[in-house]
Design a protein around this ligand. Structure first.
Ligand SMILES: Nc1ncnc2c1ncn2[C@@H]1O[C@H](COP(=O)(O)OP(=O)(O)OP(=O)(O)O)[C@@H](O)[C@H]1O
Length: 359
């Protein structure tokens, strides 16, 4: 395999065994998601060479481990950046000196992320002369990420980088992480417990359970699957990539284009043509048999029923829908399903009551 991340890791520990075979995209953010103790950190440690799993680790054509060929690069020979929950900066050095430490590890000819680019991406140019003790938690984390980037990694490992921050700081730092995602070609493996973070940042999702891969795939596909725990969450939702088509100033609405068709959201300060990631919760999607009936719901998309699943509450069921290539999840009552006589393959209208713009 030349492109992408090829991870085959087997690591038996005392009461736990990691067994992961993953082929992941070579760019963008892959989120590792799963309950506490499912093996997320252990997998990152195996990729970093900090834990000695059996198997193979190949990053966009660069081999870091292949037992069959007796290759095992020690961590310091793997071009990776590792960002932890708590930023591990050198306390006695200024921000600038911390960053220079990252940069100096790489010969100038091999640098892929320049000094100015890293400062700009993380918005930390004004902090250079500060001591690390004079930084907020969010600033510390941005400096730690910039330091990791200055080592020009071929892979960035992030283990719950926002977990130690309060809600406000999290919101403050998320836009910077989104920029990394949009502007860098470096793939990111991102461990998180937070469905919100995952929805905002991830392109690809790996669900882990007890050391095994429950599912791996594009985020929208996994979120719409009825056989995975994600669909059972009270806040179950799908993310949808959309594009700003136009603004309707008279009604203060913005129209977003989907794979096919479009939806309208309250006026957003976005340029026409800009990409927008939106989240549609299962509880906000209802189903009608046709679009003929007048309704106050603005967003109504023709859709085909892909299947039904059980919901947590026995009064409800889940419906997976394909609205012209956009996958949606609806949570409706079983009573409505039977009264409307909904069946797999049926053409219906998905009515979307509310859409959240992420970011
Ligand atoms: N060195 C070790 N020796 C024995 N068991 C270990 C070792 N390291 C981790 N484990 C066990 O492996 C399992 C997976 O741990 P890991 O930290 O990878 O999970 P996680 O999904 O990252 O969890 P969390 O979300 O709580 O951080 C746990 O049961 C843990 O106790």
């Amino acid at each position: 395999m030349s492109g992408g991340l090829d991870l085959r890791c087997r690591l038996p520990l005392a009461d736990f065994a990691l067994e992961a075979d993953l082929s992941l995209p070579g760019r963008g953010v892959t989120a590792l998601f799963g309950p506490s103790g499912s093996g997320k950190t252990t997998l990152l440690r195996c990729v970093a060479g900090l834990a000695r799993a059996a198997g193979r680790v190949e990053i966009n054509g660069e081999c870091w481990q292949d037992d069959a060929r007796r290759i095992f690069l020690p961590t310091h020979q793997r071009a990776l950046g590792y960002v932890f929950q708590e930023a591990s900066l050198f306390a006695h050095l200024s921000v600038k000196a911390n960053l220079e430490f990252g940069l100096k590890r790489i010969a100038p000819a091999e640098r892929k992320v320049g000094w100015d680019a890293a400062l700009e991406l993380l918005g930390i140019g004004h902090l250079l002369e500060r001591g690390t003790g004079a930084l907020s938690g969010g600033e510390r984390q941005r400096v730690a990420i910039a330091r990791a980037l200055l080592t020009s990694p071929r892979l960035l490992l992030m283990d719950e980088p926002l977990a130690a921050l309060d809600a406000r700081r999290k919101q403050e730092i998320l836009p910077y992480l989104e920029r990394l995602h949009d502007e860098l070609a470096i793939p990111i493996l991102y461990v998180s417990h937070s469905p919100d973070e995952v929805a905002r940042l991830a392109d690809h999702l790996v669900l882990l359970e007890q050391g095994r891969v429950l599912a791996s795939g594009p985020i929208a596909e996994l979120q719409a699957r009825l056989d995975l725990p994600l669909a059972l969450d009270e806040d179950a939702a799908v993310v949808v990539e959309a594009q700003v088509l136009e603004h309707d100033e008279a009604y203060a609405l913005t129209r977003l284009g989907l794979a096919r068709g479009s939806i309208q959201v309250t006026r957003k300060p976005l340029a026409v043509g800009a990409r927008a990631r939106i989240k549609i919760q299962a509880r906000d999607v209802s189903i009608a048999l046709s679009a003929d009936n007048p309704s106050s719901i603005v967003n109504r998309l023709p859709a085909r029923i892909r299947g039904f699943g059980e919901a947590v509450h026995p009064a409800q069921c889940l419906v997976s829908l394909d609205a012209g290539g956009t996958l949606l999840l609806a949570r409706i009552t079983r009573l409505s399903r039977d009264q409307l006589d909904l069946r797999e393959g049926m053409e219906v209208v998905a009515q979307i009551k509310s859409v959240a713009l992420l970011g």
